[in-house]
Design a protein around this ligand. Structure first.
Ligand SMILES: *Cc1c(COP(=O)(O)O)cnc(C)c1O
Length: 390
């Protein structure tokens, strides 16, 4: 078989079975696909109201909060916008941590609503220094809310939210965290850590298609949404709060995604949240060890367990790796964004991945390294060792 034939066969196969290793949307497990195939009930029915209440309750438990959780029909960015418009007033001042595309998104949202803010620029791939957060809040006593990403998907780095919450909570500064690629991957016990608001989206650690997002308020943040803040309509959570006890939503919810989320939460609960966290830790450690054994270099100084951002071996173009993984192996990964385009690529491993997936990736990376002029061996062994000892 010629290489061209192999490539075209791989492309055909990829069309029927894409191996998604993207940092969102992620591969959807069969159990969830089955849940999605149900005939959706009408949302103004007893059966759906009961489901909606149950799913909201399970999500609240997943956040480890005694507060309130709202499911909204939107991508993750919608939940971010909901947090901004419900929490802030035009006269408020915010602090935003920017260490990648998603930190920038918080900043752009604040700009769009004309909210004054200070920002801490963090070198991409690094975690913010909590001492700098503390100094900035001391120097700006007018700041009422801090917006941060937890796992920064554009760089593969994670911020130390537990320590940051120890700084914001005693000061009464509201801490709003984007946990879109950390919920179900890293521990983030909302109440125990003292995080006021956590936002999440459906197509990452929750393993379902995009279109469902959540905003969760800790008990100590419950009053924050009742004031007349910024202009809002679709994302006015005061409306959602009124109808929530009945299992009703102000607008038509994405019914099928709610059914899918119920299945995803059942899967997480059957495995046990601690085990889910441990599996992601193992996935991350084994991906890193294996890739490094093959000559790839880690981009993030403080890496998240949701994804692995890698520099290719010296002299190899990151885009060539992305292309070859897709064309020859039917594996989809993500490239770098902005100034990292062509420099790094990102392997997502959040959701239903296991050691077999790591081996698949190591075999493919080994083939790519060889074909692109940097032959190397030992990725699988290094990955297995890291998995077994994590
Ligand atoms: C994916 C993602 C988002 C939201 O993106 P949407 O495309 O709106 O779902 C926000 N923050 C992080 C960290 C993400 O990974």
């Amino acid at each position: 078989m010629t290489l061209t034939t192999a490539v075209s066969q791989a492309a055909t196969r990829a069309a029927t079975r894409a191996r998604l290793f993207t940092p969102g949307p992620v591969e959807i497990p069969v159990r969830i696909l089955r849940a999605l195939s149900q005939v959706p009930p009408h949302h103004r029915t007893e059966v759906f109201r009961a489901t909606f209440k149950r799913v909201t309750e399970s999500m609240r438990e997943l956040h480890r909060t005694q507060g309130e959780l709202f499911l909204i029909g939107a991508s993750g960015t919608g939940a971010m916008e909901a947090a901004v418009v419900n929490l802030l007033s035009p006269s408020d001042k915010a602090l935003v941590i920017v260490g990648g595309k998603f930190g920038e998104r918080w900043m752009n949202l604040l700009k769009a609503y004309g909210v004054a803010f200070e920002k801490i620029d963090v070198e991409w791939g690094h975690a913010v220094d909590p001492a700098l957060v503390e100094r900035t809040l001391k120097a700006n006593p007018g700041i009422s809310a801090l917006f941060s990403t937890h796992s920064e998907t554009s760089t593969g780095a994670i911020h130390d939210i537990e320590t940051i919450a120890k700084i914001t909570r005693p000061r009464g500064v509201k801490l709003v965290v984007d946990a879109i690629t950390s919920l179900g991957i890293h521990p983030l016990p909302q109440d125990a850590w003292g995080v006021d608001v956590v936002v999440c989206g459906s197509q990452k650690g929750l393993m379902i298609p995009p279109g469902l997002a959540s905003v969760s308020l800790a008990p100590f943040a419950l009053s924050a949404f009742e004031k007349d803040g910024l202009p809002r309509f679709y994302f006015d959570l005061r409306k959602a709060r009124k109808t929530a006890p009945l299992g009703e939503t102000p607008w038509t919810p994405p019914v099928s995604l709610v059914l899918a989320l119920e299945e995803a939460l059942a899967m997480i609960s059957e495995e046990g949240l601690d085990n889910v966290h441990l599996r992601h830790r193992r996935l991350a450690l084994s991906m890193r060890a294996g890739a490094q054994a093959l000559g790839f270099k880690l981009f993030a100084a403080n890496p998240s367990h949701a994804l692995t951002a890698l520099y290719p071996p010296d002299g190899v173009d990151a885009s060539a790796v992305v292309k070859r993984l897709r064309d020859v192996h039917g594996i989809v990964v993500a490239g770098g964004q902005d100034h990292l385009k062509g420099k790094i690529f990102r392997i997502g491993h959040m959701g239903c991945y296991d050691l077999g997936d790591v081996f698949t990736m190591m075999g493919a990376l080994e083939e790519c390294a060889g074909a692109l002029g940097r032959p190397a061996k030992g990725g699988t062994e290094a990955a297995h060792h890291a998995w077994a000892t994590a």
